[in-house]
Design a protein around this ligand. Structure first.
Ligand code: C2E
Ligand code: MG
Ligand code: MG
Length: 404
């Protein structure tokens, strides 16, 4: 097969532009990016919009051209057209990965391209990066170093009940600080940790740390922990969870695990057994990021999840294509409720989004509008829980915090 590269890109400061220019402006920008992308493609190339403002393409690599040159040509074409009268086009950061660097695996190449995009964005030069194994190696070193020197920690983001406005629980999110005090995003280090084979160890650590934190929270509050697909390779997953909860003294009813759709594709029978064992313990299982991947109704039906978490891109889509986004969200909420799942909306940043999603019937609301993730210590200060774990102040409003 001919050589090809996967590229992924998004407009810098899209969110700000969207706010300055209104939804119609944001729409116009996306349309012109999509049109420029289509115009730049050559026969045999393919493209897709993979997030509210994120695009990806597979570009054929002519023998004489480097991946960098091909990606750069695309990026220049994207910067080309004006998208609104007298409004300059925002810069577009781009990450690329030759398929060959991922052994021809498109999914893996896209993950690598995202690592490269992350580096391009961090450099803030509107530039482009082609994935190099050193990029993953850098992350790998940070992971090993972080495991040796306790540089991993968890932060907790509030999950708020739509009806009572009370906090229902918290989602635990992993953080890794590097040696220079900077932070590496889990979106970047989790895939690398999976490849390195240390995700089970890290994941067990997260389960234990989250359970130990939650046991200090007022009673009905639960903690929700994200699980990687790879953790299901570990036959003892349910046993580990059971032992950890009992060591920590946390009732299983106050513990939840979040899994993604990709889990169900890999090995449904084996996964179903493990999920059943987990459910028997009394922990709840949430389907995370629903609606972006396969969104298989058969799997939803078969596994009986306790909760459906609507992917953030639907919330983002409300500011781009409000009518269609609402219709789709309403349909997913109805489906969730019919299958006896509570529905959570995540990534809620504005009051308008909060109102719309509450109106659409989402049961639990999550996002910077309600609170950014906080460390357990910050959480205790903000919540001002009393020594005996009195939950009287659960409705204490969250301080406004900028995106974390
Ligand atoms: P997720 O489970 O879907 O987590 C939600 C992500 O959205 C978090 O990003 C959170 O910080 C972010 N977020 C929350 N509110 C808002 C908002 O209002 N606006 C925006 N733009 N973002 C918001 P984070 O912490 O970077 O985590 C990214 C992903 O990394 C998670 O997505 C999850 O898939 C994975 N992850 C995080 N912690 C763990 C972990 O302990 N284990 C595993 N296996 N994966 C984890
Ligand atoms: Mg999650
Ligand atoms: Mg999610």
């Amino acid at each position: 097969a001919a050589e090809a590269a996967v590229v992924t890109f998004d407009a810098d400061r899209f969110k700000a532009l969207n706010e300055q220019n209104g939804r119609a402006g944001g729409d116009a920008l996306l349309r012109s990016v999509a049109a420029a992308l289509r115009a730049a493609l050559r026969p045999g190339d393919a493209s897709a919009r993979i997030g509210a403002d994120e695009f990806a393409a597979i570009l054929r690599l002519p023998a004489a051209e480097s991946p960098h040159a091909v990606a750069l040509r695309l990026q220049e074409r994207l910067h080309g057209p004006a998208w609104a009268p007298s409004t300059p086009m925002p810069t577009i950061s781009l990450g690329a990965c030759p398929l060959a660097l991922a052994d021809g695996d498109v999914e893996a190449a896209l993950a690598h391209a995202e690592v490269a995009l992350y580096e391009a964005k961090a450099a803030q030069d509107g530039g482009l990066r082609v994935f190099e194994p050193e990029m993953a190696a850098r992350v790998e070193r940070s992971i090993r170093d972080g495991m040796q020197n306790d540089r991993f920690f968890l932060v907790y983001q509030p999950l708020v009940d739509r009806r009572s406005s009370a906090t229902d629980g918290f989602e635990a999110l992993m953080r890794l600080t590097d040696g220079d005090g900077g932070q590496i995003s889990p979106a970047e280090f989790i895939p690398v940790a999976e490849e390195m084979g240390v995700i089970v160890e890290l994941g067990d650590w997260a389960i234990r740390t989250a359970a130990e934190a939650a046991v200090g929270w007022p009673d009905p509050l639960h903690v929700s922990v994200n699980l990687s697909v790879r953790q299901f390779d570990d036959e003892r997953l349910a046993e580990t969870v059971a032992a950890t909860l009992s060591d920590a003294g946390l009732p299983a009813e106050r513990f939840e695990l979040e899994v993604t759709e990709s889990l169900l594709i890999s090995n449904p029978d084996h996964v179903e057994r493990q999920l059943d064992a987990l459910k028997k313990l009394g922990v709840s299982i949430a389907m995370d990021d629903f609606g972006t991947g396969y969104s298989s109704l058969a799997y939803l039906w078969r596994f009986g999840f306790d909760r459906l978490k609507l992917d953030r891109s639907f919330v983002q889509a409300m500011s781009v294509d409000p009518h269609r986004a609402r219709d789709v969200i309403a349909a997913i909420v109805a489906l969730g409720h019919r299958l006896e799942m509570a529905v959570t909306a995540e990534g809620i940043e504005t009051e308008a989004e909060a109102e719309a999603l509450a109106e659409l019937g989402c049961d639990i609301l999550q996002g910077y509008r309600y609170g950014a993730p906080l460390s357990d210590r910050e959480l205790r200060e903000v919540m001002a829980w009393t020594e005996d774990g009195n939950a009287d102040r659960r409705e204490r409003p969250w301080p406004d915090r900028a995106a974390g």
